[in-house]
Structure formats: structure tokens, C-alpha cells
Design a protein around this ligand. Structure first.
Ligand code: AMP
Length: 395
């Protein structure tokens, strides 16, 4: 089958899409519908010639938005739809073909991802109503981490919370960690390599991958655990919540908002969550921006060191995501904090490996862990998993 896969990443007010062809010599059509449900809704895309276009879709809901996306596909018909689904709980350990029973099971995990799963399901419902005959596949952000052993996924909490309520560490960004670690296996000739994959974007997480399996990861029950991120705090003292309630009289909603939306790089700098702006401000002497970058990098280094405990052998560290792929400064600052790992950064290669370039940024010294920048391709991975599940090998 040479037809493309339509990949859908549906949020409550936006839909990202990509029409991923079977072979790399054909163009990938991508785009985004934003501000769904408002008078300002619009489709922004890139066509087959690489030209950007914008179409107003005033008042469109999910079904109308998908109809508009289809019209923009220049007559190319997908043979299947792959959906990014954030939380698959313990039930979904791999990509799964969607039917009524699978939709019901995803609904049941909504308690674990109340912001994401219901929005993802809006996209599933809309595409199923528009293309009743096309196979649809759910690809879960959590599935890659279902190989975590109990010592990594259990919190030190009473067993009943795990048994009766599913409270454990799940991990996220699985599609990205799976994508870059598989690429590192292929590039390095070490099919069973031991990698620390650092996905550094607006959301950030690190995963320890050994022989193609996730053994531990920095995110937990929710995507709030672990590193400092764009607007998320990452790890804080679990006693903080009680303190804020008892001493400051905060509500659960306030705590949730501050930790998820007003913390991280934004909270520390008091300026922005955008790393490009922070680097520019730090260069101009903005103390908050410099501190935000310092905390961000220190927390990454600490997490890399901690997660190295999961690996029998460290073959390399892989950087990906908007910051991981584009910020030589962050990569350098992180590596400088890990002198005991025997890492040897090549400063020229580090500076040159940006804007979607893939490559090694270490000195290629034998018996030292490699350092790679590997652009992530979550859409391509979702399309591949969809094809594999449906028994369709791309040519
Ligand atoms: P993502 O969520 O993967 O799209 O990544 C978004 C983050 O990548 C934002 O913090 C951006 O500021 C950051 N980013 C993108 N380009 C650059 C760049 N050239 N230098 C530093 N950070 C960048």
C-alpha cells in the first residue's frame, strides 16, 4: 500500500495534522487548526510545494475542522488515520486499532489525563464519523514506558493507591523517546544500545533506554513530574501542596494553575518560557533569565545522572525537542555539569548542529559515551506504528 497515513493530534481547541507518505521522496503535508469553536478559528498549513497557507474557519468545531483539513490535502487520500493519545494507562502497551471497546477503555483512563484524553477522543469521534471505512489506530504517549520495572514505576506510597486507583509512574513523550532511541540504534550500529534520551521542548523529559526498551523516565503519574519545563515546575517537595493550602489558603485550582502554567522557565525568569528569548535576555544581563537557564540545565544534568542508574551501560546521550535540537548553549551547560561521565563535547560540532540537523557532537573518542542531536519525528513514528499494526510495510 503506497497511500499516506493521516496523523491527528487533537486538543480541546486545536488539531495538528500531518499527511505522512509511505516514502520519503513524497512531500509531507502538515498543518494546524487553532482556536477551534471561536470566531477566530483558522487552518494554517504547508502545501505540497512547501508554501504556507492560512484559511479562516470562523466558528468551526472538530468535524468542520477535519473537513477543512481534508480539503487541503490536494486530493491525496489517506488509507488509515493514526491518533496521538496521551494516556493509555496500564491497559495499552502498544498501538491499538480503534473500535467502540477501545474508545470506552480510553474514556476510562480520562481520570488520569483529564485535560488530554477527552480532547484526543473528540478527534477520534470526528474522524470516525467522517471516514467510517478507514482503519483508525491509537498511538499512546505512555505505551513505550510500559516496560518500566516496578522499582521505577511504583511510588513509595501505600499499595492500595496503586492497586485500586492506578497511582503509579506512567511516563510520557514515549513516541519521541522511542523514535530517537531507535534512530540512535541504527546510526551507531548498536542495536541494543544504552541511551539517555533528553526530549527538551516546552515539555521536557528524559528516558533511560536499553535494548529498545524504556527502563525509567523522568515524568510520572502526570507530565508534571521531573525536569523544570517551559511553564511547569517539575519536581517540588510533595509537602509544598499542604504548605500552600495551610499557610497561604490556596485552593487546589490555584496550585494546579501555578505549577502547570506559571512555573518553570517562565516562573523563574519572570519573563518568558521561550528559550530563544531567555538566551537573548541573559546575554543582555537579565539576572532572572540567566538563573532560569541555570536551573533548567542543572535539573537536566541531575536527572541524567539519576537515570543512568537504570542502565547497565551508557552508550550515549541523545538531545531532541525544540531546545535539545537548537540550543548549543543548553547542551554545553548540561554536559559541563557531568564531568565524571567522561563526556567529550566537540564545541564546533555542537554549534553547527541546529535547525533540524542530525549528528554527533562529541569528539568520537573510543570508550566514551557518544553525544547525539537527533531531531524527533513523532508524526513519522505514529504513521510507522499505524502501518505496522495494519500489516502494511512502506516501500
Ligand atoms: P517544542 O515544544 O519542542 O516545539 O520546543 C519549544 C522550545 O524550543 C521553546 O522554548 C523554544 O524557545 C525552543 N527553541 C526553538 N528554537 C530555538 C533556538 N534556535 N534556540 C533556543 N531554543 C529554541
Amino acid at each position: 500500500m503506497n497511500d499516506p497515513v493521516l496523523v491527528i493530534n487533537c486538543g480541546s481547541s486545536s488539531i495538528k495534522y500531518a499527511l505522512v507518505p509511505a516514502t520519503a521522496d513524497q512531500p509531507r503535508l502538515t498543518g494546524l487548526v487553532e482556536r477551534l469553536g471561536s470566531g477566530d478559528a483558522r487552518l494554517k498549513g504547508v502545501d505540497g510545494s512547501g508554501d504556507a497557507f492560512t484559511r479562516p474557519l470562523g466558528g468551526a468545531g472538530h468535524v468542520q475542522a477535519l473537513e477543512a483539513i481534508l480539503e487541503g490535502l490536494e486530493g491525496r487520500q489517506p488509507f488509515a488515520v493514526g491518533h496521538r493519545i496521551v494516556h493509555g494507562g496500564e491497559r495499552f502497551t502498544r498501538a491499538t486499532r480503534i473500535d467502540d471497546e477501545v474508545v470506552a477503555a480510553i474514556e476510562q483512563t480520562a481520570a488520569l489525563a483529564p485535560l488530554h484524553n477527552p480532547a484526543n477522543l473528540l478527534g477520534v469521534a470526528a474522524t470516525r464519523s467522517l471516514f467510517p471505512d478507514l482503519p483508525q489506530v491509537a498511538v499512546f504517549d505512555t505505551a513505550f514506558h510500559q516496560s518500566l520495572p516496578p522499582r521505577a514505576y511504583r511510588y513509595a506510597l501505600p499499595e492500595a493507591l496503586y492497586r485500586d486507583h492506578g497511582i503509579r509512574r506512567y511516563g510520557f513523550h514515549g513516541t519521541s523517546h522511542a523514535c530517537v532511541s531507535a534512530r540512535a540504534n541504527a546510526l551507531s550500529g548498536l542495536p541494543g544500545g544504552g541511551w539517555l534520551t533528553a526530549h527538551l521542548g516546552n515539555g521536557c523529559s528524559i528516558t533511560a533506554v536499553w535494548q529498545g526498551k524504556s527502563l525509567d523516565t523522568s515524568m510520572g503519574l502526570t507530565p508534571l513530574e521531573g525536569l523544570a519545563m517551559g511553564t511547569r515546575s517539575g519536581d517540588v517537595d510533595p509537602g509544598l501542596h499542604v504548605h500552600l493550602v495551610r499557610q497561604l489558603g490556596w485552593s487546589i485550582e490555584e496550585i494546579d494553575r501555578v505549577l502547570n502554567r506559571e512555573s518553570g522557565l517562565l516562573g523563574l525568569s519572570g519573563l518568558t518560557n521561550d528559550m530563544r528569548e531567555l538566551e537573548a535576555a541573559a546575554a543582555e544581563g537579565h539576572a532572572g533569565a540567566a538563573l532560569a537557564i541555570e536551573v533548567f540545565c542543572y535539573r537536566i544534568a541531575k536527572s541524567l545522572a539519576a537515570l543512568s542508574c537504570a542502565l547497565p551501560r551508557l552508550d550515549g546521550i541523545l538531545f531532541t525537542g525544540g531546545i535539545g535540537e537548537n540550543s548549543p548553549r543548553v547542551r554545553q551547560q548540561v554536559i559541563d555539569l557531568l564531568p565524571h561521565f567522561g563526556l567529550a563535547l566537540n564545541p564546533e560540532a555542537n554549534l553547527a548542529t541546529v535547525r533540524g540537523r542530525e549528528g554527533r557532537i562529541d569528539t568520537l573518542t573510543p570508550n566514551r559515551p557518544a553525544l547525539w542531536v537527533i531531531p524527533t519525528d513523532e508524526e513519522g513514528r505514529i504513521a510507522d506504528e499505524t502501518r505496522q499494526l495494519l500489516g502494511d510495510t512502506p516501500r
